[in-house]
Design a binder for this molecule. Structure first.
Ligand code: PAZ
Length: 356
């Protein structure tokens, strides 16, 4: 029998940090509610699947957390409070601009020699001139988020940490009703090994080849949408490597879970091209596709023209958001994604019942 969400949470062990994180989220939600903020939960990075209890080996995936970390910054600048739930050591808002692999921080700096006329002077470190404007912008946004307390960062490592934490955070955010958004960009494992079947110690190699049968991870979007957060605006991501699958799989997800938007992306083209698929009321969609034109100058919104007919007869809206070729090294597609979702979310809030 595959695990349902319910049987999963009954049989698997919550992470030891869960209560601490839940308390932090409760306090954050209460404070942001008092300040009249909308809150977005951004999930980011990949989950691991441990193969042993005393874990030496695990399965992982490619996600660096770029989408989530970048989007979190744009949500903050759009006035949202952000719960940034990310894989430990994956990219984070602000510090992503100088990660250890791209743009090492030390490369931003230069040393000014001490003045020969002052015997007590020491060398000074400063930011290289051409990086100053950019770093000042990042620093100002970082300081703003910290001084206002609008960013709460939580970490997960395993698929188990992720599932327990997602449920806890969603339950805490439920009180926000329509003023909450869920932006589920993490790359979450589809398969796992239940604790009960994990080898306690490091798997030994003496027995030749290794065969592991994994269980399917329960489809967590279903309870998230229908039980944990009834009114939240829910956006999930769908990654494929075969572009033909994007539209059918995105539609299937909306059909199955009844949420608001699926953003489809092809692995190789994800940094400059995403597909929006939604089934939300017309007014909400129109807001996302502002009649005054694309959200930012460098993005093109193109209706999908080659979509197969829907099997259920449902009315989907499918559009590509594409970065123009000339802008692909200087503009981040997340700016367009967030801009569009914020408009859709506002229309969703406007269309719905007011929160007491
Ligand atoms: O983390 P990243 O920026 O390298 O990649 C982002 C992404 C492709 C993981 C995200 O856009 C996404 O599609 N997440 C959902 C993946 C899935 O289908 O489970």
């Amino acid at each position: 029998m595959p695990f349902s969400a319910e049987s999963y949470f009954q049989t698997q062990t919550p992470p030891t940090t869960l209560q601490h994180d839940t308390d932090a989220v409760r306090e954050f939600v209460q404070r942001q509610t008092r300040d009249g903020k909308k809150i977005v939960l951004v999930t980011s990075g990949g989950t691991t699947v441990p193969l042993e209890l005393n874990v030496v080996r695990y399965l992982d995936n490619f996600s660096a957390g770029t989408r989530g970390a970048t989007s979190a910054e744009y949500f903050l600048s759009a006035g949202y409070a952000v719960i940034f739930m990310h894989r430990q050591f994956s990219l984070q808002p602000f510090s992503r601009h100088y990660s250890h692999s791209t743009n090492p921080f030390l490369d931003f700096l230069e040393v000014e020699p001490p003045s020969p006329s002052d015997p007590d002077a020491v060398p000074r470190i400063s930011v290289i001139k051409e990086n100053r404007e950019f770093l000042l912008r990042v620093l100002a946004a970082y300081r703003d988020a910290h001084s206002k307390g609008t960013l709460l960062t939580l970490t997960f490592v395993t698929i188990n940490d992720y599932l327990f934490l997602l449920r806890a955070v969603s339950e805490q955010m439920a009180s926000l009703g329509r003023r909450s958004m869920y932006y589920l960009a993490a790359a979450v494992s589809d398969f796992f090994l239940p604790t009960q079947r994990l080898s306690e110690h490091k798997i030994q190699s003496g027995k030749g080849s290794l065969q592991i049968e994994m269980d399917q991870v329960p489809k967590i979007l279903k309870p998230l949408v229908s039980e944990w957060t009834r009114e939240g605006f829910v956006v999930s991501f769908k990654l494929e490597t075969d572009p033909k699958l994007l539209i059918p799989k995105a539609r299937m997800a909306l059909e199955r879970y009844g949420h608001h938007v699926v953003i489809g992306n092809d692995l190789a083209r994800r940094k400059f091209e995403v597909l929006f698929v939604s089934r939300v009321p017309r007014t909400v969609i129109d807001a996302g596709q502002s009649p005054t034109g694309p959200p930012i100058d460098s993005t093109i919104i193109e209706p999908v023209t080659d979509a197969p007919p829907t099997q259920s007869g449902a009315d989907y809206t499918e559009t590509w958001l594409i970065l123009e070729e000339k802008d692909r090294n200087s503009v981040e597609i997340e700016e367009g994604i967030v801009d569009r979702l914020v408009k859709m979310h506002d229309a969703w809030i406007e269309a719905g019942p007011r929160i007491p």
